[in-house]
Design a protein around this ligand. Structure first.
Ligand code: SF4
Ligand code: SF4
Length: 326
């Protein structure tokens, strides 16, 4: 972590709710060989339904009175569809909204998206999580896109899968990225062999937080931010297209439905317990967690167990560093 230095101007994180959302869209304009959404044909019927779900969600979120951040974690690529830009731009204008964002392969027409955001949204609230796919685009074209987004003041991170067969492209990518943009690496899914010491040293030289990807964090709701506050609400939630709410993208327990509530804070834990009867800590069983919180979107909830997450405050979910690279 030697490359990172505390930002002395960083303030204490506010207590606000973080919302992740996944629509029903599951297609992509890229065709990465390892991905289930690769080359899945785009269905206009599904798109129409996805659009309707987003409009309904927007109307519901407008009723929220407490502050929150919002991040789209799609299956496939969402930002090639202009209705996602419109949704995020409109949402970003709400006073209750502190930040909006999306995971993306960054292949969308950036100038058009920026123009729409400047006209109808608050671009200072936009946070993008951009993934580089070396088999689909060149380092040069991806980094051009990143620089363009950054020049418009959009906060972002950029990264790739830690694939040992792509070390050359990853080195060139690191060298070409603006220095103040955090370059993360994700552990390869389905990898049977552990990384060799050389590979691990290489990946750690690129991403000083790569060790977090390799650490199997046991799921522990008592140390997880996606837990009930004393007022009975949840700090972090994941919402599906139909409004079903979960503690995180990995949890299998549906905690209620957004459209059955006036506000998210009305959501009570399973069993409709009254606030005063809430257990002090949710049990692992109630959350039906997998054994490990094995991806960043989940383990970013474990700030009590992972001190490094302070580097990503106040909104770790977006994976954007609050400290300068030196
Ligand atoms: S860009 Fe992402 S969603 Fe699209 S095919 Fe590649 S891995 Fe899958
Ligand atoms: S799986 Fe999700 S809810 Fe369970 S401990 Fe991990 S982050 Fe928290």
């Amino acid at each position: 972590m030697n490359n990172f230095h505390p930002d002395k101007t960083a303030t204490t994180p506010e207590k606000i709710r973080h919302i992740q959302y996944r629509g029903i869209l599951d297609s992509c304009n890229y065709s990465c060989s390892y991905c289930p959404f690769s080359k899945r044909p785009h269905s206009p019927k599904k798109e129409a339904k996805d659009r309707l779900c987003l409009s309904r969600l927007l109307e519901q979120l407008k009723k929220e009175t407490e502050r929150f951040t919002f991040q789209i974690v799609p299956y496939g690529e969402a930002l090639i569809h202009t209705y996602y830009w419109e949704f995020l731009a409109e949402l970003s204008r709400l006073e209750t909204v502190k930040a909006v964002g999306c995971q993306t392969n960054a292949s969308f027409p950036a100038k058009k998206m920026i123009a729409l955001f400047l006209k109808t949204g608050d671009i200072s609230k936009l946070r993008l999580w951009c993934t580089f796919h070396p088999s689909m685009t060149s380092v040069e074209s991806f980094c051009r896109q990143i620089s363009l987004l950054k020049n418009y003041g959009i906060s972002l991170c950029a990264g790739a899968v830690a694939d040992p067969s792509r070390k050359d492209a990853l080195s060139r990518f690191k060298a070409s990225l603006p220095k103040d943009i955090y370059f993360w690496l994700n552990q390869m899914d389905g990898k049977r062999q552990p990384y060799s010491p050389e590979d691990r040293a290489f990946f750690e030289s690129i991403d000083p937080f790569f060790l977090l990807e390799e650490t199997p964090f046991p799921s522990d709701p008592s140390r997880c931010q996606a837990e009930f506050s004393p007022d009975g609400t949840l700090n972090h939630i994941f919402i599906k297209a139909n409004g079903d709410i979960y503690a995180c993208i990995l949890s299998k327990t549906c905690l209620g439905n957004l459209y059955g509530q006036e506000h998210i804070s009305d959501l009570l834990p399973p069993g409709n317990q009254k606030t005063e009867n809430l257990p002090e800590k949710p049990s692992k069983k109630a959350f039906q967690c997998p054994r490990f919180c094995h991806c960043f979107l989940a383990y970013q909830n474990l700030s009590a167990a992972i001190p490094e997450l302070a580097f990503f405050a106040p909104y770790p979910s977006f994976r954007i560093l609050n400290r300068n690279l030196r």
